[in-house]
Design a protein around this ligand. Structure first.
Ligand SMILES: *Cc1c(COP(=O)(O)O)cnc(C)c1O
Length: 354
């Protein structure tokens, strides 16, 4: 039985073209600024995103941490959405290492922050009793909000409030190219109003490793020092950058296929008794769906699905996440739906009987 693995788009393997580019990559010592492949990748990423400079890092987590370290002093406050990946899944990095306190404001079901909530959360500088808000973080697409997308206008409204209060805006754009493809806008337009953006090469873009942080020359200059301090100076990592260059040239437009497959998946799931999801709310490649208690808990359903050859991850106590990616085609979607439908019916019958 072929296992259909919908746990994450990080499961994608490098393409043949990437492997060839990696084998042939021109390299040098990047800590001396002498790796031509990395320099090209950083320039190309910055150009695509309309920023002055770029910095290759080991991961999205490292890019987000470096942004926090670069903008914040100990005792500052960072405002972000209550479903932010930086809050849930990055081991409290900005709190532990940048010494900044995180203040949460609600995310709506698409991962947006209401401008009014942000305005009320931002704190003044210069009052000895309160931590100054120096950074606001947005996420696009939004992982825990089912791949929801922020439009350029959503981003502008929030960025204006932050900037008026003297705070910077970091965009955790791990999947920012998914957002650009879904909205059919140039990535640079999507990130115009943020001070910096990080994106992952290692997710749907299919690279083995890496993330790029992009912002002003000054910001990237400082970020480069923080990257070195936390052990992220990688020497001849041009072998990784070479795959990144192939990704930026060939892997962005095809994200539309992942989005179409996610939509099909959601449409099929919506027809299964015991599962609820609104297929029209699925904008990119992440499908989060609710389980009726009659089916079981997320943990029980994950185990049963794994036995049926479908791998998924938990989202909340009664919800699961499926992510489409380059190794999932239309036939896999149909087969996954058939297996889920069978498994859920069996679980419901067993619960009724038991
Ligand atoms: C995956 C992800 C990250 C972290 O990236 P890693 O490369 O896994 O460290 C950060 N933010 C979001 C929204 C993500 O989905």
């Amino acid at each position: 039985m072929k296992v259909i693995d919908l746990r994450s788009d990080t499961l994608t393997h490098p393409t043949e073209a990437m492997r060839r580019a990696m084998a042939d990559a021109e390299v040098g010592d990047d800590v001396y600024g002498e790796d031509p492949s990395i320099n090209r990748l950083e320039e190309r990423a910055a150009e695509l995103l309309g920023k002055e400079a770029g910095l290759l890092t080991a991961s999205g987590t490292m890019s987000n941490l470096i942004a926090g370290l670069t903008y914040c002093q100990r005792g500052d406050e960072i405002v972000m959405g209550d479903q932010a990946h930086m809050f849930w899944n990055e081991s409290a990095g900005v709190s532990a290492l940048a010494g900044a306190q995180i203040r949460l404001v609600p995310n709506d079901d698409q991962g947006r922050i209401a401008p009014q909530d942000l305005a009320e959360a931002i704190r003044p500088k210069g009052n000895v009793h309160v931590p100054p808000t120096t950074l606001v973080c947005l996420e696009n697409t939004h992982n825990r909000c089912s791949g929801g997308v922020l439009t350029p206008d959503d981003t502008r409204q929030v960025a204006e409030i932050a900037h008026d209060a003297g705070a910077s805006v970091h965009l955790d754009g791990a999947r920012v190219f998914n957002a650009a493809v879904a909205l059919e806008v140039p990535p640079s337009e999507l990130v115009r109003d943020v001070d910096d953006v990080s994106f992952c090469l290692s997710k749907a873009l299919s690279c083995p490793v890496g993330s790029v942080l992009c912002g002003t020359e000054e910001f990237i200059g400082q970020a480069r020092r923080w990257r070195k301090m936390i052990g992220g100076g990688m020497r001849q990592a041009g072998v990784l950058a070479a795959a990144g260059l192939v990704a930026l040239d060939t892997m962005i437009e095809r994200l539309a296929d992942d989005h179409a497959n996610a939509r099909r998946l959601a449409q099929g799931l919506a027809n299964i008794e015991g599962i609820s999801v609104d297929p029209d709310s699925i904008q990119t490649n992440i499908v989060i769906f609710e389980l009726d208690p009659s089916v079981g808990t997320a943990t029980e359903v994950i185990q049963a699905l794994a036995q049926a050859g479908v791998k998924v991850t938990p989202s909340r106590a009664q919800s699961l996440r499926m992510v489409t990616h380059r190794h999932i085609d239309g036939a896999d979607v149909a087969e996954a739906l058939a297996r889920v439908s069978r498994t859920v019916a069996e679980l419901r019958a067993a619960h009724r009987a038991g």
